[in-house]
Design a protein around this ligand. Structure first.
Ligand code: ARG
Length: 556
């Protein structure tokens, strides 16, 4: 319910709607909500006090406003809190109360994660993956149909190098045994040896050409290593709780390059510069976009042009969102401009959601997989930490290994979503496992408190006395009441951190309530009212946790 709207509806003054002027009162002696009358006083050349008085006299008879008082230039409203509490708690007694259908029949494509399969996932991939996934869930919450696109980097000479390395020093058997670690080792060694032996460069290029031409000896090898690399990344996505609908990547869309080049030619968008085909974007203050190199091979942007045209045909999206590092801003500006110049109206529906840098404190995690810690290293470290943290706990409902997994992914995912999207952040991983402070385990633990209260609750009747709910409880009720607005804002700003802040606030407020109130004590009618709040809050948190990619636990 919209409390401000309800107050406004009961004021009958010059046909004015005060909804947007009403504010929450700063302290309880000034009521629950207030209407400042200063601006109106200026307009009407009357004193604010007089206006407040006149508005006060216009209040209609209703269930919600108990009393109104003029103080200074304000009209302060004292509301019937038990009545409001009851109305709100009933409104949000189901998880579905947090769902809307504004996005019905609209398709949102989100391109996120999209790692280069020739390399290990690095910790930056955590950010694209979790921001993308959280946005996907937010859109679904509002009724949109979401397509999760993992546009994998499976094209280019790096794959020639990996296959070259495999043929020179490795074997299929080795890859079958050691998986992606073997492939990465070939790649690193190939790069090293290439420095002394320039022939290797041409060798890798030749192999890559054979991949492009679907050479009967090389192409099956390529498919084999892609399968291994993909499976490796999929393990990580499973841990994080992310599942894609579409894995078509650069190699797939590259097959559309000739037809896209033809089209660009027909639209007179291509010019030649030093043998390369480019689109001149200087009228738009952008550097030229290279479409084909002088040797005829395509570039990153070229393949993105193909991909978006094909995706429009395939999904008929209403929005196409790309979640990547802020460093790719120029790429996407060029891409969107070229799509516009081609005359495709859907350029307006393309959007780049960029994010700031993400790093670990220096030297924090050592890597056995290369110079810098990879995402797998980070996840292993986090899993061990999670194991330590729950080592002394006993479980009767949850399976300890599930708890480890859920705590690990919650810590990793929250490390991304606690910070504003565009801000740079450093992941203080050791602190992130504490049960106090602003951490994911703190949130999960709070939820288990709610679950445990409900397990102990054994009153048989259902009559509620909502006056048993105190000010802290009403604070929670107000947060539940405006939760859908919070998710609206987060979605509009494409920033899930807005949701995670709200959830953290709710957890803190609930713990304050829990420490000051004996929820299961008192008269049955009082307990029932408190339990009704606990249930509504648990629904809200369950929905909210899911939106920020944190799994709930029944105990921990
Ligand atoms: N593979 C790229 C990278 O790792 C990201 C791809 C983003 N998506 C796209 N359609 N360009 O940086």
């Amino acid at each position: 319910m919209n409390i401000k709207k309800i107050i406004a509806k009961n004021l009958d003054y010059n046909n004015k709607n005060f909804e947007d002027m009403i504010i929450e009162s700063i302290s309880s002696d000034k009521g629950d909500y207030s209407l400042p009358c200063f601006a109106m006083a200026k307009e009407e050349r009357k004193s604010p006090m007089l206006i407040a008085e006149e508005i006060k006299n216009s209040i209609k008879k209703n269930d919600f406003i108990i009393k109104a008082e003029v103080q200074g230039g304000y009209l302060n409203f004292f509301l019937n809190i038990p009545k409001l509490s009851e109305t709100i708690i009933k409104e949000f007694s189901e998880k579905s109360s947090f769902k809307s259908n504004e996005g019905e029949n609209k398709v949102i494509c989100i391109d996120y994660a999209s790692p280069n399969l020739a390399k290990y996932l690095h910790i930056g991939h955590l950010k694209t993956t979790i921001i993308g996934e959280s946005l996907a869930r937010l859109f679904e919450q509002k009724g949109y149909t979401v397509k999760r696109l993992n546009y994998v980097g499976d094209y280019g000479t790096p794959f020639g190098k990996i296959i070259g390395g495999l043929k020179k020093w490795g074997s299929i058997e080795d890859v079958k045994q050691r998986g992606n670690d073997a492939l990465q080792e070939y790649y690193v060694r190939f790069n090293k040896e290439e420095a002394d032996d320039p022939n290797l460069t041409q060798y890798a290029r030749d192999i890559f050409k054979k991949i492009e031409n679907k050479d009967p000896e090389i192409y099956p090898l390529y498919e084999f290593i892609i399968k291994i690399a993909r499976a490796d990344s999929e393990k990580m996505f499973n841990l994080l709780g992310v599942k894609f609908d579409d894995w078509r990547g650069e190699n797939y869309y590259n097959t559309f390059v000739p037809q896209v080049v033809n089209m660009l030619n027909e639209k007179h968008l291509l010019t030649t510069s030093e043998g390369a085909k480019i689109v001149d974007l200087s009228p738009y203050d952008l550097t030229p976009a290279v479409i084909l190199k002088s040797d005829g091979t395509s570039l990153y942007t070229t393949r993105d042009i193909c991909a978006v045209i094909e995706r429009k045909k395939y999904y008929n999206f209403d929005k196409m969102i790309y979640v990547t590092d802020i460093a790719q801003i120029l790429n996407f500006k060029q891409l969107f401009k070229i799509i516009e110049l081609c005359g495709f109206d859907f350029y307006k529906d393309m959007e780049h959601v960029a994010y700031g840098r993400f790093s670990l404190p220096d030297g924090k995690i050592s890597s056995r997989r290369g110079k810098q810690a990879t995402l797998v290293d980070l996840a292993e470290y986090a899993t061990n930490k999670a194991r330590e943290v729950i080592a002394n706990r006993t479980f009767t409902i949850e399976n300890p290994e599930t708890v480890v997994k859920k705590v690990t992914s919650a810590v990793l995912n929250y490390s991304v979503l606690k910070t504003e999207r565009l801000k740079d952040s450093v992941f203080e991983i050791d602190k992130a496992f504490a049960f106090d402070g602003e951490t994911a385990p703190y949130m999960q633990y709070t939820y288990t408190r709610l679950a445990s209260i409900l397990r102990k609750y054994n009153v048989n009747d259902s009559e509620c006395d909502y006056s048993a709910l105190d000010e802290t409880a009403f604070g929670l009720i107000k947060m539940i009441n405006t939760f859908n607005e919070t998710t609206d804002i987060a979605l509009a700003k494409r920033d899930p951190s807005i949701v995670s802040k709200r959830i953290m606030d709710m957890c803190k407020t609930f713990n304050k309530y829990y420490n000051s109130t004996k929820i299961l004590e008192g008269k049955n009618t009082q307990i029932n009212a408190k339990i009704a709040l606990v249930k509504a809050l648990k629904n809200c948190l369950a929905v909210g946790f899911n939106l920020i990619c944190i799994d709930t636990l029944e105990e921990m």
